[in-house]
Design a protein around this ligand. Structure first.
Ligand code: CO
Length: 443
C-alpha cells in the first residue's frame, strides 16, 4: 500500500496561486480531509509562512495552531530549508533550535529538511533538534542532474542521512526533471541500500511527473506527494484522486476515502474561482514546459530569465543566457538549481552575457558562495574561476553556521514590545521587516 502526503495546503497553492489561501479558506475543509486516509498533510513551509505575514496579515503560528486543532488523525508535515529554516540565509543555531521546537510544539509531526547543496553539515542542527523534540525527521535529497550527481553520489548521501539518524528519506525533485525510467532506477538503487521509508516529491512542470511517480511506485517507493485535483498539475504535484484511481485494486492501492476526496475537491474548486477571476491563478502555470527537460532549468527560472532579459531590452540574448546557465553551473561545482542557487546562477549568467565578458560583474551572493558560506558544492570549484571571483580571499572549511553567534536575545531586545511571544520573535528573526510591519498593524 502506497502512502500519500497531501500537499495542497503548502506546495499546491504555493505552486499555482502564489500561496494565497487564507486560514479562513483552509479551516472549513480540514475535518473532511482528515477523513481521507492520508499518511500526512503538508501544511507549512517558507512561502506559507512569509505570505501569511507579508500579504495576508495573518500570524503563521496561529494558522498552524488552528490547523492542528482541526486535523485530529492525520500527521502534519512541514518543509524546512535546514540552516535557512524558512528564510534565505543561514541562521544561528539558537534560532534554528527555537524555531523547530515551537513548530513541533504547535503540532508538526514530520519535518522534511533539505539543503540546496546537499551539504549535510547544514542539516546537522535541525536533525538534532527534530529528533530531540520527538518528531519524525525526513531528510530530503535536492535532486539534480549533472556529471557529478550520479547514482553513487545519491547513495552516498543516503548513507550519510542514515548515519545522522534520518527517520525517512525523500527524493525532492523541485524542477520535475526526474524522468520515469531514471526514477525507477534511482528508487531501486536506493531501496537496495536502505530500509528507511522512501518518499517521492516532484512537480508536473515538464509533463513527466505522473509517469515518473508510477515508475517510482513500481520500483517500490513507500510514499508519494500529491495534491487534491483543483490544486494539482501544472507547476504543482500530480492529482491525488487520479493516482488513487490508477492504483485502485492493485497492491499499491492507497485506500483513500473517495467521498472525502470528492468533497475536498469540490470545496477547493469553489475556493479557487476567486483566484481565477482576480488573475492570481494564471493559466501559464498549467502549461507544460518540456524545455525544462532540455535545458535542465526549472520552469520558474526559465520564465524569470525571460522576464529579466525583456526588462533589460535584451530578449535577443535569451538563448545565449540559456546556453550560459549550464556553463556557470559547471564553473560553480554543479549546484542544484533550487532557491537560492537558481536565482544566483541565473543572475551570473545574465551578467556574463550582457556585460560582454564572463565574470566582469559578480554579485555578492556568488562571491559568498565561492567562499563556502553556503556550504560545500558537489564538485570542487575550478581554481581559475575561484581566483577570478574572490581573488586570493580564503575559502572557509568549517560548517557555515559555526561562524554565526546566537541571536535570539539580541533580536528580542530589538523588536521589544511589538513581539508578544517567543514565536513573534522568531517570525521577526526570519522576516524582520515583514514581521515588524505585521506586528505594527496588529497592535
Ligand atoms: Co515542491
Amino acid at each position: 500500500m502506497i502512502k500519500i502526503t497531501e500537499t495542497s495546503l503548502r506546495d499546491g497553492h504555493q505552486s499555482l496561486i502564489a500561496t494565497r489561501l487564507t486560514t479562513d479558506e483552509i479551516l472549513p475543509i480540514l475535518s473532511e480531509m482528515d477523513k481521507a486516509g492520508f499518511h500526512s498533510m503538508e501544511v507549512w513551509g517558507g512561502a506559507t509562512f512569509d505570505t501569511c505575514l507579508r500579504y495576508l496579515n495573518e500570524d503563521p503560528w496561529e494558522r498552524l495552531r488552528k490547523i492542528r486543532a482541526n486535523v485530529k488523525n492525520t500527521k502534519l508535515q512541514m518543509l524546512s530549508r535546514g540552516q535557512n529554516i524558512l528564510g534565505y540565509k543561514n541562521y544561528p543555531d539558537d534560532i534554528v533550535e527555537r524555531f523547530l521546537k515551537n513548530a513541533i510544539f504547535e503540532g508538526i509531526d514530520i519535518v522534511r529538511v533539505f539543503d540546496a547543496l546537499n551539504d549535510i553539515r547544514n542539516l546537522k542542527k535541525s536533525i538534532e533538534v527534530i529528533k530531540k523534540e520527538g518528531a519524525h525527521c525526513q531528510c530530503a535529497i535536492s535532486y539534480t542532474i549533472s556529471p557529478v550527481h550520479t547514482t553513487e553520489y545519491y547513495l552516498n548521501l543516503i548513507k550519510n542521512f542514515e548515519d545522522v539518524g534520518a527517520d525517512s528519506i525523500c527524493i525532492k525533485d523541485m524542477s520535475g526533471i526526474l524522468l520515469p525510467y531514471e526514477a525507477y532506477n534511482l528508487v531501486k538503487a536506493i531501496k537496495g541500500v536502505t530500509d528507511l521509508p522512501l518518499e517521492f516529491h516532484t512537480h508536473c512542470t515538464s509533463g513527466v511527473a505522473q509517469m515518473a511517480m508510477l515508475k517510482a511506485i513500481e520500483a517500490g517507493i513507500d510514499i508519494v506527494d500529491t495534491a487534491i485535483s483543483p490544486l494539482s498539475s501544472g507547476t504543482s504535484q500530480p492529482a491525488t484522486e487520479s493516482l488513487a484511481f490508477t492504483l485502485q485494486g492493485t497492491e499499491h492501492d492507497p485506500q483513500l476515502n473517495v467521498d472525502s476526496l470528492n468533497n475536498a475537491a469540490e470545496y477547493f474548486r469553489n475556493i479557487i474561482k476567486k483566484y481565477q477571476d482576480d488573475g492570481t491563478y494564471n493559466i501559464k502555470v498549467l502549461m507544460t514546459e518540456p524545455n525544462t527537460l532540455q535545458y535542465q532549468i526549472p520552469g520558474g527560472m526559465l520564465s524569470n530569465l525571460l522576464y529579466q532579459m525583456k526588462s533589460l531590452n535584451a530578449s535577443d540574448k535569451y538563448d545565449a543566457v540559456l546556453a550560459e546557465v549550464p556553463k556557470v553551473r559547471e564553473d560553480l561545482g554543479y549546484p542544484p538549481l533550487v532557491t537560492p542557487m537558481s536565482q544566483m546562477v541565473g543572475a551570473q549568467a545574465v551578467f556574463n552575457v550582457i556585460s560582454g565578458a564572463r565574470y566582469n560583474i559578480i554579485p555578492t551572493e556568488i562571491k559568498n558562495y565561492v567562499k563556502g558560506l553556503y556550504g560545500k558544492p558537489a564538485a570542487p570549484i575550478d581554481e581559475k574561476i575561484k581566483e577570478k571571483i574572490i581573488g586570493n580571499e580564503e575559502v572557509i572549511t568549517v560548517r557555515p553556521a559555526d561562524l554565526l553567534s546566537d541571536e535570539y536575545d539580541k533580536l528580542k531586545a530589538e523588536i521589544g514590545d511589538l513581539a508578544k511571544s517567543e514565536q513573534d520573535v522568531l517570525s521577526y528573526a526570519l522576516f524582520p521587516q515583514v514581521a515588524k510591519t505585521y506586528f505594527e498593524k496588529r497592535s
